[in-house]
Design a protein around this ligand. Sequence first.
Ligand SMILES: [Zn+2]
Length: 171
Amino acid sequence: MTVLVLDTSAFIMGFNPSKAQEAYSVNAVEEELSAGTMPQLRFRMFSEKGDLTVRPPSPRAESIVEEASSRAGESGYLSRADREVLALAMDLKLDGKEPVIVSDDYAIQNLADHLQISHSSLANFGIVHRFNWIMYCPACYRRYKPPEKKCRVCGTELRRKVLSKTRASRR
Ligand SMILES: [Zn+2]
């Protein structure tokens, strides 16, 4: 059975889970969404209505993801929410389901490929947009443009963050 696993970008872009297809996410995604914004309110509403199952990933799946991300050189690009989304998809796969991660995040898609987990961009659901990413240093907060990977000043591995997004059109 195909089930959807929604990452932060799916909520930011307004993906709507429905009863037609089981949808999952993790608490860290809700935490990553800005407090009081529509994406966060929708996250809560869907989980209260039962259209979204919020489930923590197992430690076992988390370590599989951790190992794969350092092998793929993606560690610096993945937030805690990203890792948990991937780990939850791994758990669902181990449960015998067919998880599809709904994400426009390149690092998640790349790692999903490494883990042999399917993914689908929001464009496949009729949501087309442009994301503006920046890289920032978690130690000294300097900002960089992708594909910069390490802080030029202090050498810390950079993290990604959505700066803004523009929704081009929607079905
Ligand atoms: Zn720095």
